[in-house]
Design a protein around this ligand. Structure first.
Ligand SMILES: [Zn+2]
Length: 405
């Protein structure tokens, strides 16, 4: 038992009704009925918004091809220098905000901006649901390496209730967290008078999504809403009984104020060839980053990505239930594109790790966090199990034959 967790109220009638209501996952996410896999990586066409061309190659693999052949990285570097020249302050004020959990990617961005471009970054952390020990350690490491940081932590009761409802209602515990990732950096930038926000990668291009975003230097709040928040706008929570006070920290910035300001939000991956494994080595060397002490993270073979949140495995597990795609698939696909893994080895890794159930310990923390019993969680998972992809009830036993890669 986590001794500082007050008990959440039991499930409301409407939450219980939702659990019993079957979801048409295929229509909801516009998923193709027949599963096909990219001929180069291990991603399937079940990833929302990904596209495959006539040769069966996914949009992320094509983007990586263009990164190697078409993009003039020298020109992008000059664009980055110009951008920094426009925003750099000489009066000691912070001049760039870097949203950061303390992970290797965002710390790499902040450290490069500080040491190579002479910027004065403020890193901003939207706290994970439940920190892991290695997550806290790496969060502290970035600060002690020499970065200023502000950390925002939402009201625990509200965040836990929202996370429970989000798990039931949209089959993803992470939706409340996504509001903070999307909006809070802009609000903090406005508050501190910082006019440049530098995010890490454009996930739509890097991992497979809408290819129209590829040439964008960054996302506007409208873009972010379209890609990450469209299925669950913030107003939705009011209908579910959350008050304005409850929702304050999740809110969008004041758009009038934002449009009057010069705040711009950019992706570092537009300017730099984005290579997560290099960021790992870079942060080990420069900012005392440490990998997962368990040797690998749950549900995957990798040891250096997304280490900070104890309930993270359930975010990926729900993706597995809905789309048949979880963390090992994403990690392996990315490593193939980076040239670190060949496809045959990647297929073995996906088969070995992708459908791994979150550990007993993770499950216990998740259940206490969202205030469900093990039986109720099984019912919620059953609600989000895509029966076209999976056989077996509750516990996923094996991949249906049609999705074997
Ligand atoms: Zn691919």
């Amino acid at each position: 038992m986590i001794d500082y967790f007050p008990a959440l109220p039991p499930l409301s009638d409407s939450e219980q009704e939702l659990i019993n209501l079957k979801v048409d996952i295929d229509s909801k996410y516009k998923l193709p009925k027949k599963v096909t896999y990219c001929t180069r990586c291990v991603i399937s066409n079940q990833r929302p918004r990904i596209t495959f061309d006539s040769e069966g190659v996914c949009s992320a693999c094509r983007y990586w091809e263009r990164k190697k052949t078409l993009i003039d990285w020298g020109a992008r570097e000059r664009e980055l220098q110009d951008l920094c020249d426009r925003y750099r302050r000489t009066d000691g004020a912070f001049d760039v905000l870097v949203p950061s959990s303390g992970g290797k990617d965002s710390v790499y961005v902040a450290w490069e901006l500080k040491t190579k471009y002479g910027m004065h970054p403020l890193t901003m952390t939207w706290a994970p649901h439940m920190y892991t020990e290695i997550g806290i350690r790496n969060f502290q490491a970035q600060v002690h390496a020499g970065l200023d940081n502000v950390c925002y932590t939402p009201n625990g009761i509200v965040h836990r209730k929202m996370t429970r409802l989000s798990t039931i209602d949209i089959g993803d515990p992470f939706q409340p967290f996504i509001y903070g990732q999307t909006y809070l950096p802009l609000r903090v930038a406005l508050n501190y008078g910082i006019e440049l926000v530098m995010d890490g990668e454009n996930g739509e291009s890097e991992y497979g999504g809408d290819i129209a975003t590829e040439s964008k230097t960054g996302f506007t709040p409208k873009d972010a809403e379209q890609f990450w928040l469209s299925s669950f706008p913030l107003d939705h929570w009011k209908k579910r009984g959350f008050s304005d006070r409850d929702l304050e920290i999740y809110r969008a910035p004041d758009f009038e104020k934002l449009h009057k300001s010069n705040v711009e939000r950019h992706f570092f991956s537009y300017y730099r060839d984005w290579r997560p494994q290099n960021h790992y080595y870079y942060c080990m060397e420069n900012t005392n980053f440490a990998p997962n002490p368990n040797g690998r993270s749950e549900g995957t073979f990798s040891k250096y990505a997304s280490l900070d949140d104890q309930i993270d495995p359930y975010h990926h597990y729900f993706s597995l239930l809905k789309f048949g795609i979880a963390r090992a698939t994403s990690d392996a696909a990315h490593e193939i594109r980076e040239g670190l893994l060949d496809r045959d080895d990647a297929v073995q890794l996906v088969r070995r790790y992708d459908a791994e159930r979150p550990s007993e310990k993770t499950t216990q923390v998740f259940l206490e966090y969202i205030g469900l019993t093990a039986g109720q969680l099984e019912e919620v998972m059953e609600r989000w199990r895509n029966t076209r992809l999976w056989t077996g009830r509750g516990v996923i036993a094996k991949l249906n034959e049609q999705v074997t890669i």
